[in-house]
Design a protein around this ligand. Structure first.
Ligand code: PMP
Length: 387
């Protein structure tokens, strides 16, 4: 091992000692294990109709696009996907990126710059945080969903430059919904724009599954509706729906759009079919929300501490990182895969088991998961008032 590797190993060793080492898993390929932490909320990534749509697109257009959108990689499929997303999000236009991460990086760093101010919720996703850093705008982090703190920060911000409030619609690790009605009010009072990251809300919230803004009836007051195709939609890729000038600007200046090979045809075929199913078949969404409510009630009844929320993301707070890892291991021994989420993803002392429900979980599977939580809780002395 040379000096370079030795320094990497030393850091890895320290991470292991703190119980924060990360390992790759293939749990979903093990038939004896039921996954309770997927973002494939509606089960569409394995849906026969969606798979067939992907195959049809591959047969028609091939497996790769072969270039970036502005060179040789622009297919009518990309444009159809963008107009579908714009209509769904009730916006004039939309732009797709190769991932949600790149959508956030490209959008925030391109629209905001030195002299501008970004107001960012403390629990926003890493891709928002990195987008803010890349923008070189002043970024002011407000306490999680704390509207008083946000207002104070808006009031004392510089009077010049553009202002943007950015928030997850549904927080990825806590599962709560951003207080969007208050956010848009404050934005309008203080002359800021609003950007919502609906990675975990699209397909889940709203009458047509369009997400947080639709859920609150605020689509017209959110300027930048960002989301990903990788979760409920069951494919991959990210998007931003906005006004025509904003999208045109991003097409011209967002480096994560300009310099990246465009989405591959199979992914777009799948996404188009999935969005159509989400818009027209609300029963999947209802089943998902019913499953989540059932699991949430069951865990609460057993005395576990959950972050309050009403989405398919259930954060079962355990505390210390090592304890959360041990809890997750106990669950896995009982055939339930729900990983421990530890710092730096969540704050110190709030390590948790992130449970997510899907529309394709059966009641029998959920009951089995509840029994696994009961047994693990008993063994480790967590929660568990009633068994
Ligand atoms: N935003 C949020 C809130 C997310 O949870 C994620 C994915 N973990 C992303 C953005 C990034 O999306 P993608 O996985 O499509 O890159």
């Amino acid at each position: 091992m040379d000096l370079f590797e030795a320094s990497l190993s030393a850091r890895l060793m320290a991470t292991k000692e703190k119980g924060l080492y990360r390992r790759l898993r293939t749990a979903h390929e093990n038939e004896e294990i039921q996954v309770f932490s997927s973002n494939n909320y509606l089960g569409l990534a394995q849906d026969e109709r969606v798979k067939r749509a992907a195959i049809r697109a591959i047969e028609a257009y091939g497996t790769g696009s072969g270039g970036s959108r502005l060179t040789t990689g622009n297919l009518s499929l990309h444009e159809r996907l963008e107009s579908t997303i714009a209509a769904w999000k009730q916006k004039a236009s939309a732009i797709v990126f190769s991932s949600g991460f790149l959508a956030n990086l490209g959008t925030i760093s391109t629209l905001m710059g030195p002299g501008d101010t970004i107001f960012s919720d403390a629990l926003n996703h890493a891709s928002i945080i990195d987008g803010c850093r890349m923008s070189k705008a002043q970024t002011i982090v407000y306490r999680h969903t704390d509207m008083r703190d946000l207002e104070e920060k808006l009031r004392s911000a510089p009077a010049t430059g553009k202002k943007l409030i950015v928030t997850d619609g549904v927080f990825s690790m806590d599962g709560n919904i951003a207080p969007l009605p208050q956010i848009v009010e404050l934005a309008e009072t203080y002359g800021a724009w609003v950007m919502v990251d609906d990675a975990h809300a699209a397909g889940v919230l709203g009458k047509t599954g369009a997400g947080t803004a639709e859920y609150f009836g605020l689509s017209g007051r959110v300027h930048l509706a960002m989301g990903t195709l990788s979760k409920s939609i069951g494919a991959e890729g990210g998007y931003v729906a906005a006004s025509e000038p904003v999208v045109e600007y991003l097409r011209n200046y967002a480096r994560t759009f300009i310099f990246q090979t465009s989405l591959s045809p199979g992914v777009i075929g799948a996404a188009l079919e999935a969005i159509e199913m989400i818009r027209t078949e609300p029963e999947r969404r209802q089943r998902l929300l019913d499953n989540a409510a059932y699991m949430r009630a069951g865990l609460k009844e057993m005395g576990f501490t959950l972050v309050e929320g009403s989405t398919p993301i259930l954060a079962v707070v355990i505390g210390a990182a090592e304890r959360a890892v041990a809890f997750s291991r106990h669950l896995e021994e009982r055939g339930v895969f729900a990983p421990a989420i530890r710092p730096p993803t969540v704050p110190e002392g709030s390590s948790r088991i992130r449970v997510t429900l899907t529309a394709v979980h059966t009641r029998t599977q959920i009951d089995r998961a509840l029994a696994a939580f009961a047994a693990a809780g008993k063994e480790l002395g967590v929660g568990a008032l009633k068994f």
